[in-house]
Structures are given as C-alpha cells and as structure tokens.
Design a binder for this molecule. Structure first.
Ligand SMILES: Cc1cc2nc3c(=O)[nH]c(=O)nc-3n(C[C@H](O)[C@H](O)[C@H](O)COP(=O)(O)OP(=O)(O)OC[C@H]3O[C@@H](n4cnc5c(N)ncnc54)[C@H](O)[C@@H]3O)c2cc1C
Length: 465
C-alpha cells in the first residue's frame, strides 16, 4: 500500500476515530490552514496533517505512521520550518493545540506541553516572580526553541534553555510514551537537550525557572549613520560586562508599520539592546558608557521579566522571512567593519536586521550533566535576515545573508547555531562534532529507519556487523 492509499483509505478513518484532534489530507477543507507554518514563505504539502490534542493523540499518530511506513515531521508553530526537507508523502504532526503550561512556584519549575508558546510560560511564571530561559519572541514555541538549544536574554547568567530542562515527555518512533530524565532514558534525555527533535515526538518539557521578578533592560537607538562608531563601542563594552548582562548590537531597518511607535517606524538604526540582572542603579551604571554616546532614543528601565520578550521587536504576526546565523570565535574591529560595509548606512541591502549577540558567561561553561550542547565556546552569534514577500526578494535576502556570513568567515567557530541555521543542513553542521557522533548512535537505537523528520537531519550510525 502506498502512502497516499494508506492515508486516503479506510485506515485513515481508524486514525480519525482514535484521535481527539483532527486529520487533514490534501483536498480536505482545513488542510491549507493546518499545514501553514508561522513563516509564510514556507509551502509544505504533506500527505496528511495531524492536529494532536494530547499525548495519546501523538502516540496514535506515531503508531499509524509506523504501521504504514510513513515518515513523521513533528511541528509546533512552524517558526523553524524554513530548513525542513520537503514533506511530500510524510505526516506533519502538529502540536499547536497542546498549549498547556503549569508553573510550580515551590520547586521553581514549569511543565509546558509541546505546543506551548513562550508567552504561555513567561506570563504565568512572571506572576510568581519567576523567569524562564525564553528567547527574543513571545510566539516562538517552547519545544522547538529548547530542543535546538535556546539562547535568550538571560543566557550569559543561566546558560542555554536546553540545559535547564529537567525532563522530556516524548513518544518514541516505536510508539512508546516515555519520560526521559537524568535517571530514565538518559540517552534520550541528553539528545533532546540541544540535539533537536530527531529521536521522538516530544509531548511536554519540564524545566527550571529562575527568581527574576524585574530587571533593568532596554534599547539605545542611534541613527544608522553612526553604525561603525556604536558597534565598535558596543563590542569593546562587551569585554567589560559581567555575566548578569546579555546584549545585542544590531543594524535595524524597520518597516513603516502602524504598530511601531511613530519615532522609529520606517527608519534605519544602529541599536544596542541589553538585559541587566539587578536593580536600576546597578543597571544604569553598567549601561553608562553606551549612554554617553548620546542615543536618539533610550528605552532602558526596570521591567517585569516577561516584558523582555518585547525588547527585540520581533514580528507579532506570521510573516514570510528568511535568515541565517553563524557562531563567531570573536568579533574584532575588522568584523564590525565588514558588517557595517554590508548592512550599514551606505549599503543597498534588503536585510531588515543584522545582529550580533554577545555569548560567553554561563554559555561558555560546561553545564553539569548538560545535553547535546553542553557549552558554547563561540563568543558571539550573528544572525541576519529579512522579510521575503516575493521569490525575487527572497533570493536577494538569501544572497545578502550569505554575503554577511562569507565576510565573517575568518571568525567562524566551526559549526553554526542549531536554531539560527535556516539553510537546509545536517545536524553535523550545527552541533559540536562529538555531540553529533553520539546523537548518531542514539538515532540508530531509537530511529534507525529515519522515521522522524527533524529540522536538521541526523544520520543513524551504521551498526558494525
Ligand atoms: C522571530 C524569531 C525569533 C527567534 N528568537 C530566538 C532566540 O532568541 N533564541 C533562539 O535560540 N532561537 C530563536 N529563534 C529560533 C527558534 O528557536 C527556532 O526557529 C525554533 O526551531 C522554533 O521553534 P518552534 O517550536 O517555534 O518551531 P517549529 O518550526 O514548530 O519547530 C522547529 C523544529 O523543532 C522540532 N520540534 C518542534 N516540536 C517538536 C516536538 N513536539 N517533538 C519533536 N521535535 C519537535 C522539529 O524538528 C521542528 O522542525 C527565533 C526564531 C524566530 C522566527
């Protein structure tokens, strides 16, 4: 029986009957909506879309797929769907209806179902004076972000989100619903913490939260003409700041959107964004050297931890977009000059943002009992991207992103960041080599037939005969 016969035939009715959620196949009303990723540039056409509503739904879908030899692509929001391989003949297993999140203020932990967005965790955690290791956007999924590492505003103090995961609940390719933690299924537990979602379909993650009620954070906006001066000053400043400060230096070209404040909409800037753990006077002292550069706009203030997710001004609604990133061993003056030449005031570029994130701190130290990304020895992380409303613009964005990457090649750290790699690439390109080799062995044990499709594929280690 072919994939489409299995999916079109009576068997499908059996799956439908078993699920609380829904199944859509091509031609069904709702198929197009169900397959639509958050990134509107992505046009995947799977043989079926399962909208799971529970871990039992996930298990039923995996059993069905296994029985019929269908490959399965787990997905939440579809923020990370650009590098995904074509899904023809495959099942897209979406978890967007599984958004439950529970905060335990006593143990300072959260349990987030697979489809939870970061705002589903950060907002209730914030009511208890707790912060999660979320990234820059409130509507990115907890699961995809965390499986790929997770570098957020508290990263230099508390490390990668993946290394704060205390347990992962998942359905393995043979249909078993397991809880992987330090004591049970340690290989699976290690693999999902930074190695991506290649060994099963995660149904929930449990993670540590941190006692951060408020912090000093904001952005300094300067006219783009000052890009070189400000980015050189920011780079020098990053050598001095403690782990309590995580910051980004970026060149930002804002679209003329009505939802943006009038003072910045439709304008081009060089911006420094930073989050400083501690009180207002300590934060103001840390920021002082950059403030002395006299920004046009200064938004630094004490803010509640959940408000950090507005700091980077990520799009609030689905958009078509494309970008790419690179881990950098260092960003010397020549690297800043290269970025300014390609994205600064004199550049003719379709890129909306070229940013450099400051890493180091806790990220650089091996997390005790950490997962597939135990530490990150790169000191900086670059990401460049733009909106891609047409295929011509998309091609131009890709070319300009590549040019930025090429110009920074002398400082490339050897592998890229899992979550920022939007060009199709094996997991070997986005993980430390030793981690990739261990992941291949785990893949060979749990998914030797490559049933699970993940953002960055892992090729199972070949067994010795
Ligand atoms: C606006 C924006 C801001 C971002 N900011 C940051 C940031 O600050 N820091 C950072 O580190 N990253 C950031 N990212 C990158 C982001 O972390 C990745 O795109 C991530 O993959 C998104 O996860 P998702 O669940 O939302 O996406 P999805 O596309 O739903 O998932 C991505 C991949 O994760 C895996 N996956 C998802 N759910 C499951 C599951 N239940 N079981 C098994 N595997 C699963 C699959 O391989 C899937 O293809 C940002 C991305 C965007 C678009």
């Amino acid at each position: 029986m072919t994939t489409s016969e299995a999916i079109a035939g009576r068997e499908l009715e059996t799956l439908r009957a078993a699920l609380t959620g829904a199944v859509f196949t091509p031609g069904d009303h709702g198929y197009d909506q169900a397959r639509q990723a958050w990134n509107l540039a992505v046009d995947e056409r799977p043989a079926a879309v399962v909208m799971a509503e529970s871990d039992a739904d996930v298990a039923h879908a995996v059993w069905f797929a296994r029985w019929h030899g269908i490959r399965v692509a787990p997905q939440g929001t579809g923020h990370g769907s650009v590098p995904l391989e074509p899904l023809e003949g495959a099942m897209l297993l979406r978890t967007v209806r599984m958004r439950g999140a529970r905060i335990d203020p006593i143990t300072r932990t959260a349990r987030a179902e697979a489809g939870a967005l970061w705002q589903d965790v950060t907002l209730p955690a914030g009511r208890h004076g707790l912060a999660a290791l979320a990234g820059s956007s409130p509507n990115v999924g907890v699961t995809g972000y965390t499986l790929g590492g997770g570098i957020g505003w508290l990263a230099r103090r508390y490390g990668l989100a993946a290394n704060s995961v205390t347990a992962a609940e998942l359905v393995t390719p043979d249909g078993r619903l397991l809880t992987a933690n330090a004591d049970h299924e340690p290989d699976l537990f290690w693999a999902v913490r930074g190695g991506g979602g290649s060994v099963g379909v995660v149904t929930a993650l449990q993670m540590r939260l941190y006692p951060v009620r408020e912090l000093y954070a904001g952005a300094l906006f300067f006219p783009i003409q000052r890009a070189a001066q400000v980015l050189h000053a920011w780079r020098a400043w990053t050598d001095e700041v403690p782990d309590e400060v995580t910051s980004v230096g970026r060149i930002l070209r804002l679209p003329p959107l009505p939802q943006l404040p009038e003072a910045i909409a439709g304008r081009d800037f060089v911006v420094v964004e930073a989050a400083c753990l501690g009180d207002e006077s300590a934060g103001a002292e840390l920021i002082a050297p950059l403030r002395r550069l006299a920004p046009e706009l200064d938004t630094f203030a004490m803010i509640p931890a959940p408000a950090l997710q507005q700091l980077h001004m990520d799009p609030g609604e689905p958009v078509p977009g494309q970008g790419d990133g690179a881990f950098l061993t260092d960003v010397p003056a020549a690297a800043i000059d290269a970025v300014v030449a390609l994205a600064g005031p004199d550049a003719d570029t379709p890129l909306a943002s070229v940013e450099i994130r400051h890493l180091g701190g806790a990220l650089a130290r091996s997390a005790p009992g950490g997962g597939a990304q135990p530490s990150i020895d790169a000191k900086y992380l670059m990401f460049a991207g733009g909106l891609t409303p047409t295929s011509n613009v998309a091609a131009a964005v890709r070319a300009h992103v590549q040019a930025v990457k090429d110009s920074l090649a002398p400082w490339h750290a050897g592998y890229d960041y899992y979550n920022f790699e939007e060009t199709p690439a094996d997991a070997s390109a986005v993980l430390p080599p030793a981690s990739y080799r261990r992941l291949q062995k785990i893949k060979a044990t749990y998914d030797p037939d490559q049933m699970i499709i993940s953002t960055h594929p892992v090729w199972p280690a070949r067994r010795r005969t």
